[in-house]
Design a protein. Structure first.
Length: 319
């Protein structure tokens, strides 16, 4: 992947953002938990849904291997990744693991029957799907993820899954599988700096629409972003903007169909404008708290990163 100094981190580096220094959350002991969002939601750190970590690649395309590379991040932050390419189905599995993990101290095992887990994420329950679930968990165990952002004040390096167990020492399959999440994962959530996703909406969306759902869920009302910014941010392998734009339009229609967006349009400068419907009360409260934690006169990192023209500067011609 190209050097992010030419793209979004990239995009953020060119923005001349002025932000207040946020308190640095120190490493927490293993007894602490993730935030307790409701059953209808799923939680994920902001930087991850604003990046190409979980790409929107088509499942028919072969997965690539990252050997320690900077990923695309829209807005503030930098993600350095080593491991096999992750996609939206990996994120679906990880989101549900985190959802179960939120009920107990991090570092302790998260136990579940694979049958119940597969039902919860909308997959089948055949032997093939059991093997598929093991493959996704194994892929995320073999990851090394370093995240840097201004609100962290330092880098945080983790694996998405520390380990998982599905058989005993004799090879006998376990009735209840066990997954372990790094205690340091709590730092990435940072109290306020995470996104709540409406699970039922996500379950009804296609690959690119899922990625957009995560990105736009991290803002009360998302700022306009260039089509090219969205293409880069989702890790699209589309040959050109025309092909991606067609897929993007269909995905934005999906977001309207599930009630997440009320409207969208792409203007003459190729900026994508979207309007969110009112989020659930708990999500609205979280987004409000995040906004209040920011300096009132700071430039919004994501908006600037997206290539939004300054006032009076939006006169470029459409392609």
């Amino acid at each position: 992947m190209s050097d992010p100094t030419d793209k979004p981190r990239g995009l953020a580096a060119r923005s001349r953002v002025r932000t207040r220094a946020h308190p640095v959350e120190t490493a927490r002991p293993a007894g602490e938990q993730l935030p307790l969002w409701s059953e209808a939601m799923r939680g994920v750190p902001n930087e991850l849904v604003r990046s190409s970590l979980f790409s929107a690649h088509d499942k028919r395309e072969p997965r690539r291997t990252f050997r320690g590379e900077d990923l695309i991040v829209i807005g503030d932050g930098r993600i350095h990744y080593r491991g096999e390419e992750l996609r939206q189905d990996d994120e679906t599995v990880w989101l549900h693991v985190l959802h179960l993990a939120r009920l107990q101290p991090l570092g302790e095992s998260v136990e579940f029957t694979p049958h119940a887990f597969l039902k919860a994420i909308g997959w089948g329950t055949s032997a093939k799907e059991y093997a598929r679930l093991r493959e996704h968990l194994s892929r995320m165990q073999a990851t090394a993820l370093s995240i840097y952002s201004s609100r962290l004040g330092k880098g945080c390096s983790v694996s998405l899954i520390r380990k998982f167990e599905y058989a005993d020492e004799t090879g006998q399959k376990l009735v209840r599988w066990r997954v372990y999440i790094e205690p340091e994962m709590r730092i990435l959530f940072g109290g306020l700096y995470y996104t709540q996703l409406e699970w039922e909406q996500r379950m009804r969306l296609g690959t690119l629409a899922c990625w957009l759902h995560g990105l736009y869920s991290s803002h009360t009302q998302p700022f306009p972003m260039k089509v090219e910014t969205l293409k880069d941010g989702c890790g699209s392998a589309a040959r050109d903007l025309k092909n991606f734009r067609y897929r993007l339009r269909r995905s934005l229609d999906e977001l309207c169909a599930v009630g997440f967006l009320s409207q969208w349009h792409i203007d003459r400068t190729d900026l994508v404008h979207v309007v969110r419907t009112d989020p659930p009360e708990e999500t609205r409260a979280l987004l409000t708290a995040q906004a209040e934690a920011e300096d009132g006169d700071a430039v919004d990192e994501t908006a600037t990163a997206a290539g939004i023209p300054e006032a009076g500067n939006g006169n470029s011609k459409p392609e």
